[in-house]
Design a protein around this ligand. Structure first.
Ligand SMILES: NC(=O)c1ccc[n+]([C@@H]2O[C@H](COP(=O)([O-])OP(=O)(O)OC[C@H]3O[C@@H](n4cnc5c(N)ncnc54)[C@H](O)[C@@H]3O)[C@@H](O)[C@H]2O)c1
Length: 378
């Protein structure tokens, strides 16, 4: 097995999820390349040192430029707030590093385009961490659609609901709360949560042609953690949009951080001519499937427990019937990325594919501002 030296930047929520994936992937998947936890980098030196000790990174950096200048780093894993993705990814591509970048690729399509140009010019492997594709039940949905089991698709319905920003006393800016600061995040639920729903939808159902959207910012001002001042809130707290896919199907998407009682309810349902499928993140190892072609008396929604050896990814884990969870989707995407490097067939989504999601987000936010249907750039 060849080694691949990883330099991971940002050791918050995603830094932990990615470190876990780098540590586990070669234990469960047969790979040509094995990740080595060479360096962790975080602007917060204490946090970086603690992360290195806990996860077994060999060295610590506090300036990403120093990490990128190191000859012993092959793969740069970007787990930073959205406003830093472009700057770091472009510099990493220029330094000839392979790049794994957290989602969304950037704050806007305009910001993401030079990232795509940089990785393609450098010819370096690149990947965007839309991890929900790699939950086995979601991957199974893709297989069923690609096999033609649903037939012509009429409807796509997705939502991603949370409730953690309802308090007006919650500040914006800084660790984790950079999500409420439009300068750091680029947008609110659109880039943070709907980006996941859009990536899955593009993968399962193809190009989104046009959208019409509404957004709302329920709390207009919040104290900013970095300036200490009360500042206007620039993100969308909630967004709902209608979409027309290029294949003629109609869609509804909804996301909010104001759905009291919901912590991370990501669901989608797809209705086709012959069959329908539905998935729910709170029951992530199950895929609901209805096939109208079943014999009438036993026809009904079935709940497939996606844990068998012939289900996507599952033969790498335990015995049939035993479930896995959220963190495994990061192991799966890393295994696919590493296999892509070994075979020369890049794993999806690449930066170019991640740009497609960005264009849908751009059209959604534009439509919310203009009040009109907007075409999605291709
Ligand atoms: N795929 C998913 O399911 C998922 C889930 C959560 C977040 N994300 C994405 O992951 C990214 C990171 O989010 P998070 O939740 O881990 O954020 P976080 O706030 O938990 O962690 C960010 C880390 O980056 C560090 N940092 C900030 N500026 C830095 C700089 N200039 N140099 C070095 N380190 C710096 C911070 O100190 C912090 O430790 C975001 O793009 C977010 O959208 C993806």
């Amino acid at each position: 097995m060849k080694t691949l030296n990883v330099g991971l930047i940002g050791c918050g929520f995603m830094g932990r999820a990615h470190s876990n994936a780098h540590r586990k992937v070669a234990n469960f998947f047969d790979l040509e390349y094995q990740p080595v936890l060479k360096a962790i980098c975080d602007a917060n030196a204490e946090r970086a040192a603690a992360h290195a000790a806990r996860w077994g990174f060999e060295s610590v950096e506090t300036d990403y430029r120093k990490l990128l200048a190191r000859k012993d780093i092959d793969l740069v894993d970007i787990c930073l707030p959205n406003n830093l993705h472009a700057e770091v990814a472009i510099a990493a591509a220029e330094a000839g590093k392979m790049i794994l970048c957290e989602k969304p690729l950037a704050r806007t399509g305009d910001e993401a385009e030079p990232m795509v140009a940089a990785v393609e010019k450098a010819g370096v492997p690149n990947f965007v961490s839309f991890n929900y594709r790699r939950i086995p039940a979601v991957t199974l949905a893709k297989q069923l659609i690609d096999e033609g089991r649903l037939g012509r698709i009429f409807h796509y319905r997705a939502k991603f609901l949370q409730d953690w920003t309802i308090s007006k006393d919650l500040p914006q800016g800084g660790d984790a709360l950079w999500r409420l600061d439009v300068k750091a995040a680029g947008s609110g639920v659109t880039g943070d949560l709907l980006a996941h729903c859009i990536d899955t939808a593009l993968w399962l159902n193809g190009h989104v042609a046009s959208v019409t959207a509404m957004t709302e910012t329920f709390i207009k001002e919040r104290k900013h953690n970095l300036t200490g001042k009360v500042e206007a809130v620039g993100i969308d707290d909630a967004c709902a949009f209608l979409a027309r896919f290029a294949n003629g199907s109609l869609a509804t998407f909804e996301s909010t951080r104001y759905a009291r009682g919901h912590k991370a309810l990501y669901t989608f349902e797809i209705n086709g001519e012959h069959a329908s499928i539905a998935w729910d993140l709170h029951d992530l190892h199950r895929l609901s499937f209805f096939d109208h072609r079943d014999t009438g008396v036993v026809r009904g929604w079935r709940s497939i427990h996606v844990t068998d050896g012939d289900h996507p990814y599952m033969k790498h884990w335990w015995v049939p019937g035993l479930s896995i969870g959220f963190e495994h989707s990061f192991v799966h995407q890393l295994a696919d990325f590493l296999n892509g490097i070994a075979t020369g067939k890049p794993a999806s989504p690449t930066f170019r594919e991640g740009l497609g999601t960005q264009y849908v987000c751009d059209a959604v936010l534009k439509s919310a501002a203009t009040g009109r249907w907007e075409q999605v750039k291709t």
